[in-house]
Design a protein around this ligand. Structure first.
Ligand code: 5CA
Length: 464
């Protein structure tokens, strides 16, 4: 993308309405525009990051054996009356009436709808285990929408639902989700700690929330600092192996880590004092096992091996996809702007032309742009006739992890400059070496780069 042709409405001033840094930076970097309280338009840069996160979510869900689909945003009130939640949900539910006076609602979650689908089509235990999920907009009429996309009214959620014959299988599905979530957040450059939590209106008593530590987080959390040493890393896992998944659950949940709803001072105080931490966190996901409650109410029954009809064991599992953008920025920024982790950056690198209109500099930038694009990488080329300082400030604000700076002086010596957004360190390299270096940096995120295959005609969106 050439910046002169892009739509990147950056703001010079700090918007007064933004209380936390991620909200401020998302507005300043031209990622979102508020449409109404808690409802946002996703401008091109914000949309690009949203799609990147969604893509990671899909890849990790599919890797775990879960099946993508798509359910509508509008649901019928009747379905929710069957579960008893139509009245119980309260004013957070946006209720709508159509021209025939039929009562509808904008879905805050999909337990009822997915259970109804499974109740209609699944009749035998042979169809199990089954986990279906979608990534879809939700609406919750929050009393206090705030902090931008962090607590929106309309927000993008991945929600998945497992259907199993036995409690044991459903708990394996729970563990599978825990593992897939650990992988998902790490690919996004985040440490999200599973903590024992309260189940709220979803129900059930078996649940973990995933929290990213941040001073601006809305949840108070209590944990044993030893838990922050854990990382899933690039270990291989067989998602069908119950024992392997259970071992990961035990590894990541055996240390004390709880939100204020489940906090137990007596148990907490058993941890050596120097490891006790009280902090704040952003909830970026939650997993639940709730047994047969929904399947009984909505008739999701199957014939077991002995011919008896039994209700399915279920759980639901959510990732706050749009909220994650706020969480990532809270965890990764400095006073100049955002610093995207390589796994989620909207463009892989920036190209800054210090002297637009200089034949040599323009030609070198075009060549770099073509070489990176041929590898399937997406550069953002600042080809505007602006002074260098302004170009650097924009690049720093929007937070691309790498910047290639091209100017007549360097080109005389055959070099361009490659700069890390995170450390500010620069190295001088030939343009060819700079391209190779950027490809090397992104190879862990895009395996075709490691194999040095051309990208022609292929898309990163492998899940479709
Ligand atoms: N049905 C279950 C799991 S699929 C469910 O709805 N879980 S939830 O209520 O915990 O939501 C899942 C995730 O959505 C949360 O962990 C959070 O990251 C995100 N989320 C919830 N409410 C909001 C909101 N108002 N704004 C942005 N993200 C939200």
């Amino acid at each position: 993308m050439r910046l002169s042709r892009y739509f990147l409405p950056v703001l010079k001033e700090n918007p007064a309405e933004a209380q936390i840094v991620s909200h401020r930076l998302m507005l300043r970097a031209g990622m979102i525009k508020q449409a109404q309280a808690g409802i946002y338009s996703w401008l091109p840069l914000g949309f690009k990051v949203l799609r990147k996160l969604e893509n990671i979510v899909h890849e990790e869900q599919i890797r775990a054996g879960h099946i993508p689909m798509l359910m509508p945003t509008l649901q019928s009130a009747d379905l929710w009356r069957k579960s008893g939640r139509y009245d119980a949900y309260g004013p957070e539910m946006l209720r709508i009436t159509d021209r025939h006076d039929r009562e509808m609602l904008f879905g805050p979650t999909n337990e009822e709808m997915i259970t109804d689908i499974v109740a209609n089509y699944v009749t035998s235990y042979k169809a199990l285990p089954l986990t279906l999920y979608h990534v879809q907009w939700k609406f919750r009429d929050e009393v206090r929408p705030r902090f931008g996309v962090m607590r929106g009214r309309e927000f993008l959620m991945k929600d998945g639902y497992n259907f199993d014959l036995t409690k044991e299988d459903a708990l394996h599905a729970y563990n599978r989700h825990l593992v897939s979530y650990l992988r998902t957040y790490e690919r996004m450059g985040l440490q999200a700690i599973p903590m024992r939590a309260d189940s709220g209106p979803i129900g059930g008593d078996y649940t973990h929330e995933f929290l990213v530590l941040a001073d601006t987080g809305e949840s108070e959390v209590f944990y044993d600092s030893a838990i922050t040493d854990l990382s899933f890393g690039d270990r291989m896992i067989d998602y069908d192996d119950h024992a392997q998944c259970q071992a990961v659950l035990e590894e990541f949940t055996s240390r004390y880590a709880r939100t204020d709803e489940t906090h137990d001072e007596a148990v907490f105080n058993e941890i050596p004092e120097e490891r006790r931490r009280v902090a704040r966190g952003i909830e970026v996901g939650q997993i639940f096992y709730f047994g047969t409650e929904y399947s009984e109410k909505l008739g999701a029954m199957v014939q077991g091996e002995d011919g008896q009809r039994v209700p399915l064991h279920m759980g639901s599992h959510g990732i706050g996809v749009s909220r994650l953008i706020g969480a990532i920025i809270e965890a990764s920024h400095d006073d100049k702007g955002i610093i995207w982790p390589e796994g989620v950056t909207p463009f892989h690198c920036g190209i800054v032309n210090l002297k637009q209109g200089d034949d040599e500099a323009d030609a070198a930038c075009d060549k770099l742009y073509a070489a990176l694009t041929a590898l399937g990488l997406e550069p953002l080329y600042d080809d505007r006739s602006e002074r260098a300082g302004g170009k650097f400030a924009t690049m720093d604000l929007i937070g691309l992890p790498w910047r290639i700076t091209v100017g007549p002086r360097g080109l005389k010596n055959g070099v361009v400059e490659l700069t890390s957004r995170k450390t500010g360190e620069s190295v001088e390299l030939s343009p060819e070496e700079a391209v190779r270096k950027v490809a090397e940096i992104y190879a862990p995120h895009h395996p075709h780069l490691a194999r040095e295959e051309p990208m022609a005609g292929r898309s990163f969106q492998t899940w479709l």
